[in-house]
Design a protein around this ligand. Structure first.
Ligand code: IMP
Length: 423
């Protein structure tokens, strides 16, 4: 296990946290490469669920170094609160956490303008964490990075310029009136002092770790279909969530990646607006949502539910260059008499039945369905491939064949032990 990327192969919420947690037992360094506190990685530890938003999931094991890369946007107050919560649970974070000085800050005005934008036409259904507007400032070269917290005058001047612009652009965001650079800087004073000793050369550290033969995990947030470039634009997040974003978001070159593992549920969920060809009718969705506890870990929103979408999974395999698949939440399907899958899209737009990142074309496509018999038996205690009911194995082996990517393991419950290895 030299340098592994863990990436979501759907629209996020695939259960990456559990996969990273499991692999972290043997990792020396775990680094987050994109996104921000829009993520919610749930990890069950001894019957208790811990939700991580910014801290890499490797923190649940006592030894890995946990790094937050340049590709992440940080809300420092939320980060400190998260660390405090973890430490209250007895999880020692301390100086194990390292932060890239090039990571951009999410500031209160990002949340204020996002709330205004989401009230208007063209709403995306965001998590309301200021993500898109922090990345917008980054791309426009008007953002403030972690390193800028340590230069008071420059911070204040830049924040004031941004505020002047945002007030003109979003007069309806009345919270902006009371904000100014000096007040924002003063409000961050404490948390900046807390963060300062954590700032480190993330790319340099990872490069050195790999040079020493250490084991590194690069942890993605959201999923491939929410990737800014390759997802269902504009219904996406604002960062490179797919595997190519991993080296970029931590300061490594593409050849530093040895293996890419894609995580997918045995079905599909999505939060926020945008096309979803394999979405279920609401009566069926309600049943799945309850069985799978499909509510957002960050916002608590009910997730939209659907069946597995094979064209989308094939697309994720291609975009990420997947070496292996981890299938999660198989047990959620245990009670379903019939398991449905979208095998292709019929219609003139998404060419040749394949997935299209063109949201309008995807909205118009007609899904082609295939039904598998349900297994109607509990899978939660399965640990070896042969323990799984025959119809479940047939379903999984069909996915593997159709995607051309080997399944590495299958998760059959929330706990660390609830896992079936393919070999
Ligand atoms: P944002 O990332 O908050 O800007 O939201 C953009 C889109 O990505 C919305 O549809 C969100 O619901 C979705 N999204 C963002 N983060 C996650 C996540 O961690 N899991 C699932 N969906 C997410």
């Amino acid at each position: 296990m030299p340098n592994i990327v863990i990436v979501g192969a759907q629209w996020g919420d695939e259960g990456k946290g559990k996969v990273v947690d499991a692999l972290s037992a043997a990792a020396d360094v775990v680094a987050r490469y994109q996104g921000g506190p829009n993520a919610g990685h749930s990890i069950v530890r001894g019957g208790e669920t811990v939700v991580l938003h910014l801290v890499p999931s490797g923190v649940m094991h006592p030894h890995p170094r946990c790094l937050i890369g340049n590709g992440v946007v940080i809300d420092l107050r939320r980060l400190r609160e998260e660390v405090t919560r973890l430490e209250a649970l007895g999880i020692v974070v301390g100086r194990r956490l390292g932060l890239s000085p090039a990571a951009h800050l999410i500031l209160p005005y990002h949340g204020a303008v996002e709330a205004a934008a989401e009230r208007g036409p063209g709403a995306i259904g965001t998590t309301g964490r200021g993500i898109g507007f922090a990345y917008r400032d980054k791309a426009a070269r008007t953002g403030l990075r972690l390193a800028d917290l340590f230069d008071r005058e420059a911070f204040i001047a830049r924040a004031d310029r941004t505020l002047t612009r945002l007030r003109q652009e979003y007069p309806e965001a009345t919270e902006l009136q009371a904000m100014n650079g000096a007040v924002l800087y003063a409000a961050l004073h404490d948390v900046a002092a807390w963060a300062r000793p954590l700032v480190c050369d993330v790319g340099g550290e990872l490069h050195a770790a790999l040079g020493r033969g250490q084991r590194v995990l690069l942890e993605g947030a959201q999923g491939t279909l929410l990737d800014l470039d390759h997802g269902t634009y504009p219904y996406v997040t604002s960062s490179a969530a797919s595997a190519a974003g991993a080296p970029l978001g931590v300061g490594l070159g593409p050849r530093a990646v040895d293996r890419v593992i894609g995580v997918t549920k045995a079905y599909t969920t999505r939060v926020g607006h945008g096309p979803f060809p394999s979405e279920m009718p609401e009566t069926e969705a309600t049943r799945l949502r309850e069985a799978g506890e499909e509510y957002g870990a960050t916002t608590g929103r009910p997730r939209r539910c659907g069946w597995l979408d094979l064209p989308a999974l094939r697309y994720a395999a291609r975009i990420n260059g997947l070496d292996a698949l981890v299938i999660t939440k198989l047990d959620v399907l245990d009670g379903f008499e019939r398991i449905r899958v979208v095998t292709a899209y019929d219609g003139e737009d998404p060419a040749r039945g394949g997935f299209s990142a063109d949201a309008r074309a995807l909205e118009r496509c007609r899904p082609v369905w295939r039904d598998f018999p349900g297994w109607l038996a509990p899978t939660t205690s399965a640990r070896r491939w042969g323990d799984l009911p025959g119809p479940a194995r047939q379903y999984l082996e069909w996915i593997e064949r159709e995607c051309g990517v080997a399944i590495q393991s299958v998760s059959v419950g929330a706990g660390r032990e609830a896992e079936v290895s393919r070999s």
